[in-house]
Ligand binder design. Structure first.
Ligand code: A2P
Length: 296
């Protein structure tokens, strides 16, 4: 299943979150997921999981190639890998490191690391992990250049608010393809959903099942909907994301749940059901959206 927006972009409709898995554990999970139907795999340069994706790519199930997959990683403010040649704190104007290195150097080094760790020669999607206040436009210019050079197919952002995306657009004229954010029935991000629709930006929803797993979501209203379709509550939440044009990135170390979470294509929710689920919202925010972006 791929989502085509007005720009004709072919981004899979569901993906697999992969943090904090590493090495062989990651490789096994990816292989199970590929067999289950997943194409999109989400990682970051600071998850230490890219090399596990590299291992998976060397041993893909029969009939699958790297080109069949959509690999997404991110540019973060901390060290990419233990052997990263650039050590220090990135994208913070108070860091002495930033007086010695340019954003171009850092992004270049990080992208080379990601390509090497995953053993690939292009990245499907590269995101700015957080809206680093002093550097987001400089990093964005680097990503635009990488896309123009064909090293990256899609460029985007993560944890960005409308004002941050506005800043990128006004500074460069280039709108992100993707914004990866936390979306949940208790944090529906309605204004961002509308903003992204207006700008043809794909929303990806990280940790879409986190609030179910931690029992923050009241299942009384969801259970009858799940019963109606013969689905689990997790599947209803994932489908609710799809109905709202949010690409869910669930994760599970359990192979059966991996399959369960992908199996959401043979039913759809009514607009009323979507609205009822959205009415659970109370703008909950669990994760700090950025460690170095005060005020958001
Ligand atoms: P598990 O890995 O044991 O399946 P986050 O993305 O924030 O880490 O949240 C994912 C959580 O949701 C994990 O605790 C995961 O547990 C759980 N989870 C994943 N899929 C399902 C599912 N289908 N039903 C219930 N919990 C799930």
């Amino acid at each position: 299943m791929a989502l085509q927006n007005a720009k004709g972009q072919d981004i899979p409709f569901i993906g697999l979150g992969t943090f904090p898995f590493e090495g062989e554990v990651m490789a096994n999970m990816i292989n199970n997921a590929v067999i289950a139907g997943y194409k999109l795999f989400d990682t970051a340069d600071d998850y230490r999981g890219e090399s596990g994706i590299g291992i998976a790519l060397k041993n893909l199930p029969l009939g699958f190639n790297r080109e069949d997959l959509f690999l997404q990683t991110k540019i973060s403010d901390n060290n990419a890998h233990k052997d990263d040649p650039l050590t220090g704190i990135f994208f913070n104007k108070n860091s002495k490191f930033m007086q010695r290195h340019t954003v171009h150097e850092i992004v270049h080094e990080k992208v080379c690391n990601s390509l090497r760790e995953m053993n690939i020669d292009y990245i499907d999607s590269l995101l700015i992990h957080y809206p680093f206040p002093d550097y987001m436009v400089d990093i964005w210019e680097e990503l635009i250049d990488l896309k123009q050079r064909g090293i990256v197919r899609y460029i985007g952002v993560s944890n960005f608010h409308e004002c941050h995306i506005d800043k990128l657009i006004h500074s460069t004229g280039v709108c992100p393809d993707i914004n990866e954010i936390y979306v949940s029935p208790i944090a529906i991000k309605q204004s961002m959903v509308e903003y992204c629709k207006l700008h043809d930006i794909h929303i990806m929803a990280y940790s879409p099942l986190m609030d179910l797993a931690s029992r923050r979501i009241n299942s009384n209203m969801l259970q009858p909907i799940a019963d109606k379709y013969g689905k689990t509550i997790a599947q209803i939440i994932l489908r609710w994301n799809v109905e709202r044009n949010c690409i869910p990135l669930p994760k599970s170390k359990n192979p059966n749940r991996l399959i369960e979470n992908y199996n959401i294509w043979n039913f759809s929710l009514t607009p009323e059901e979507v609205n009822n689920i959205s009415s659970l919202n109370y703008d909950y925010q669990y994760l700090v959206e950025s460690k170095i972006c005060p005020g958001i």
